[in-house]
Design a protein around this ligand. Structure first.
Ligand SMILES: NC(=O)c1ccc[n+]([C@@H]2O[C@H](COP(=O)([O-])OP(=O)(O)OC[C@H]3O[C@@H](n4cnc5c(N)ncnc54)[C@H](OP(=O)(O)O)[C@@H]3O)[C@@H](O)[C@H]2O)c1
Length: 247
């Protein structure tokens, strides 16, 4: 089940956290994976880990926040990795601040990376997927995009925007055999949530039905499902992986 042999995937933000887990999962199922992020050091070691396990991966430096350069950079992918079947728009950042103090720069940085970056990467691969009449696009959004959060107006807006983007793509591309879906994680154990102090972590855990933060692999397995042949009749959906924090 969920075999991805012969498929080429590209995962943004693959160097750590959720993206790292997604790349490992897709590779373990047989996909050849382009590992994208700005820094290449961690991508190199992930590629080695994937190759050591018998898989195939290509580290690829990409800054998705520079939308005007994304297309020309992606055109530099080697031919044997360029025809992407599965795209996972996972890279994301936060620049938290209460609205009254939020500078335009904080707003723009988050929107440019999380939303415009996802647009720029996706746009590059849509034509190829249409030609093949097969494609899987998965956006890693957040439950914050559905429920809002204090101090995260920029982040919530970007993550809600990804949902509108995905649903529109689902409608545009469904007749060509391409699905577009969103995975919306709640609190997941990563560098992003490690920065929280113990008290906030405890308070947050109490708002989660499962009474714990999620693991990166719990998000990755949902992405794998949506990327698979088996999920071919699911499109325009948002799947929350939040331990019941939001339902
Ligand atoms: N952790 C959570 O609890 C949680 C909850 C809900 C949603 N999410 C979402 O899940 C996704 C992954 O989260 P995470 O916690 O795994 O994040 P993370 O540990 O902070 O990793 C972010 C990844 O994105 C890459 N990245 C950042 N800016 C980039 C850019 N401009 N261009 C290309 N790559 C860029 C980073 O690599 P470089 O810095 O090298 O570029 C890194 O690989 C994000 O979209 C986040 O919003 C996370």
């Amino acid at each position: 089940m969920f075999k991805l042999d012969g498929k080429i995937a590209l995962v943004t933000g693959a160097s750590q956290g959720i993206g790292h887990a997604i790349a490992l999962r897709l590779a373990a199922q047989g996909a050849r994976v382009v590992l994208a992020a700005r820094g290449t050091e961690k991508l190199e070691s992930l590629a080695e880990e994937i190759r050591a396990a018998g898989g195939d991966a290509l580290p690829f430096s990409l800054d998705i926040s520079r939308a005007e350069d994304v297309g020309s950079r992606l055109q530099q992918l080697p031919a044997d990795y360029a025809d992407i079947d599965i795209l996972v728009n996972n890279a994301g950042i936060t620049r938290d601040s209460l609205m009254a103090r939020m500078h335009l720069e904080q707003w723009k940085e988050v929107l440019d990376t999380n939303l415009t970056g996802s647009y720029a990467v996706t746009r590059e691969f849509v034509r190829g997927m249409m030609r093949k009449r097969w494609g899987r696009i998965v956006f890693v959004s957040s439950v914050v995009g559905l429920m809002g959060n204090v101090g995260q107006a920029n982040y919530a807006a970007s993550k809600a925007g990804m949902i509108g983007l995905s649903k529109s793509l689902a409608r545009e591309l469904g007749s060509r055999g391409i699905t577009s879906n969103v995975v919306a994680p709640g609190f997941i154990e990563t560098a992003m949530t490690e920065a929280m102090d113990q008290r906030s972590r405890k308070e947050m855990s109490e708002t989660i039905v499962m009474r714990r933060f999620g693991a990166v692999d719990e998000v990755a397995s949902t992405v794998l499902f949506l990327a698979s042949q088996e999920a071919g009749y699911i499109t325009g959906e948002v799947i929350n992986v939040s331990g019941g924090m939001y339902m």
